[in-house]
Design a protein around this ligand. Sequence first.
Ligand code: ADP
Length: 408
Amino acid sequence: MSTAAPTSSPDTSPLMSTQGCIAVLNAGSSSIKFALYEAGTDGPLLFRGQVEQIGLLPHLKVANAAGEIVAERNWTTGSLDHRGATAEILKLGRELLGARPVLAFGHRVVHGGTEFAAPVKVDAQVMAALSRLVPLAPLHQPHNLAPIAAIAEAAPHLPQIACFDAAFHRTQPVLAQEFALPRDLTAAGVRRYGFHGLSYDFIVTRLRETAPMLARARLIIAHLGNGASLCAVRDGRSLASTMGFTAVDGLMMGTRSGALDPGVLLYLMQERGLDAAAIEDLLYRKSGLLGVSGISSDMRTLRKSTAPEAAEAVALFVYRIVREIGSLAAAMGGVDGIVFTAGIGENDAATRADIAAGCGWLGVLLDEDRNRDGNGRISADNSRVSAWVVPTDEEQMIARYTRAALAS
Ligand code: ADP
């Protein structure tokens, strides 16, 4: 990728260029997703890819806009770390784009704390502020910041925009953001932040375009992927969410426990002698669908399994979601619609049907055929609460923010 600093002259604005590109990086704890878009307003996707299983058996795959695989690579050892994976992505991007310059990078950054409620152009001061938030998200924030630092070093004039996962939730009322802890801890930042904000923002933005009435209603959006959370949204603004101080709170997930009686942590420390690292490993990597089933964190594998433990894991996953939907409906004073998104929410009709059955008392009634199709409205015409499947696209949201930041 060649790089070019944007100019301030409207006539030569790189945003108007159909040659330039916006690059998006979404770095997680074991994967880096990336996407390249044309820079113009709502410029189309050019390439999308990811490096998965970083640190284990890394695997890179890139597809073009038509979904055709244009590059694939495996590493047989775990030697490729996040830094190496970023370098591979930049190298490949350069090859794919040829002479077309990247005009800006957009990054997903998990934590903006209470300071950053909107995307921000990263400079040294912003970087220092974001680095101070590492203790709040030690598993994610360092991976988010490392590529920004590497790109800043290689191309200091290239604009980089940080887009925050927690920012969407800054509209929540104070009570929804507080723990019942002594005030000095709340003041020090021990509070509920909420995550998956870029996904929720994308869904709300999409609904505003396609179903404006629905976008203004009282919605519960269910982001059900490897990570999973629910968000209560009214008039497009977050009112409450199931994730809190960290992304381990709330729902049961692929490998994360979700909400836990804090007494369990005391028991693990006092009676089982687990230290912080062992507890972190247990709650983030060995619990959830994987821990309960003892088989897999992957919903597809569990659905295929005939083991009773697999069925129990899925049943607990659904049970926790149904209970939390009740909680969010109470926080919002009712609910008009439920939107399913992410890997499980978009693809697993059986999970959607089980959740809807558990929410029958709220007035949710699915149409079986629509739910099987899983495209748009899936509730019956006479359902009091409508239900929908809307595919999410965090990378596209980041690209939009990056364009907007450049334009301003
Ligand atoms: P991430 O949080 O890593 O982005 P995804 O949104 O890709 O995760 O979701 C991954 C989950 O989606 C896995 O549990 C996977 O089994 C599930 N999933 C993906 N496709 C299907 C499908 N066709 N049917 C059921 N579950 C699916």
